[in-house]
Design a protein around this ligand. Structure first.
Ligand SMILES: Cc1ncc(COP(=O)(O)O)c(C=O)c1O
Length: 366
């Protein structure tokens, strides 16, 4: 087994070493504040008895699992609190492969690069189904690609990197395809609070034993460093997922779970709305500049990312490095996300310097 270091580490390091000022638009770390209640929760935690500094229940502290379950309309027994959405996806893919109904994981192209990485690590095989130009999936194409070998179909909405948000009809059909082939639909919904289109539909809306929903507070509460996420499993798959989670991690971070619980209880809809509005303004600012630079791009319906293509400037790693050195803007090469967007660059709009980046790109490409 060969492990590949994700390309984004390389780009971040290259940008950090650059001999000039660079606007970083590589990774998806929100630059806005977490809910105030999260900071209060952390402060409170520091003064608790030291027995609260010891192992929490492996599957997560009970009140957090109950709060998540109540919000998502599932039984708390189905919820495992994980080390971010990253671990939730890993557990979900592992359980799908362990069912011994096949080893193939169906992925989309473009793809969030950690999915193929996890597939290889788990000994699965991967097949890719192309999204259309706006990033939408055609369930008929996925049905054609599925077979008895399919262990799981992994989708992500709102999507990284395309910004697509799949409508309810797509989610319903994806669950139906998983049922038809006795496979599992894994729906990664980590950007659910960043739906700018009003079209977001959770896979939880369709009751089925053939879907696992993964999520995290990393993006929604601007705390990618806390490592608190969760997976919602069908009842018959959850016990072994808890064992795997325990064997790999022992447990998650107790103070982080405590603070997230406080924030979940106290942050109102206005917190999430404010961040969506900030993001929508940045999308407007950035895409206006892309128009001025004569670029082709996808306007995101959700998530943090814009894919753009500049005439005569394919999104290779070399060109990403050139853009860092010559324009002072760091994006991600399209080749990191599969074959279909090799010509494109991905820019993450999670920096207060979106306007500066936009100006630099306009000046560089005009
Ligand atoms: C689609 C997708 N899933 C999962 C993750 C990882 O989330 P977490 O930091 O909660 O592990 C990311 C992070 O960028 C992502 O874009």
């Amino acid at each position: 087994m060969e492990y590949e270091t994700p390309l984004f580490f390389h780009v971040m390091q290259y940008a950090a070493r650059a001999d000039r000022d660079v606007v970083g638009m590589v990774s998806g770390n929100p630059d806005w504040e977490p809910p105030e209640a999260l900071r209060d929760g952390l402060r409170e935690y520091a003064d608790l008895d030291s027995d609260r500094f010891q192992y929490p229940p492996s599957e997560g502290i009970r009140p957090l699992r109950e709060e998540i379950a109540a919000r998502r309309g599932v039984d708390a027994a189905q919820v495992i609190v994980t080390n971010g959405a990253g671990e939730a996806n890993y557990l979900a893919m592992a359980r799908a492969i362990e069912r011994d109904r096949g080893r193939e994981i169906l992925l989309t192209d473009p793809v969030y690069p950690y999915y193929p990485g996890k597939t290889s690590m788990l000994g699965g095989s991967q097949s890719f189904v192309a999204a259309n130009e706006s990033g939408q999936l055609d369930p008929a194409v996925i049905r054609d690609a599925a077979s008895e070998e399919t262990a799981a179909i992994v989708v992500n909405s709102p999507n990284n990197p395309t910004g697509a948000v799949y409508p309810e009809a797509t989610m319903e059909q994806l669950v139906a395809i998983a049922e038809e082939y006795d496979a599992i639909l894994i729906s990664d919904e980590v950007y659910d609070h960043f739906d700018l289109s009003g079209q977001f539909a959770s896979a939880l809306a369709v009751d089925s034993d053939h879907r696992i929903v993964t999520n995290a507070f990393s993006k929604s509460m601007a705390i990618t460093g806390f490592r608190v996420g969760y997976a919602i499993f069908p009842p018959d798959l959850v016990a072994d997922a808890k064992s795997r989670h325990m064997l790999v991690n022992v447990a998650g971070s107790r103070p982080a779970q405590y603070a997230v619980l406080q924030a979940l209880r106290e942050a109102g809809p206005d917190y999430y709305e404010r961040n969506r509005e900030l993001l929508a303004d940045r999308v407007e600012q950035f895409t206006t500049a892309l128009d001025a630079a004569g670029a082709e791009y996808t306007t995101p319906q959700g998530s943090f990312y814009v894919l753009a293509r500049f005439e005569g400037y394919p999104g290779t790693l070399d060109n990403v490095e050139r853009l860092i050195d010559e324009a002072g803007v760091a994006g991600m090469p399209g080749e990191a996300f599969g074959d279909s967007r090799r010509e494109w660059l991905r820019f993450a709009l999670v920096t207060p310097r979106v306007a500066a980046a936009a100006d630099r790109l306009t000046a560089y490409f005009s």
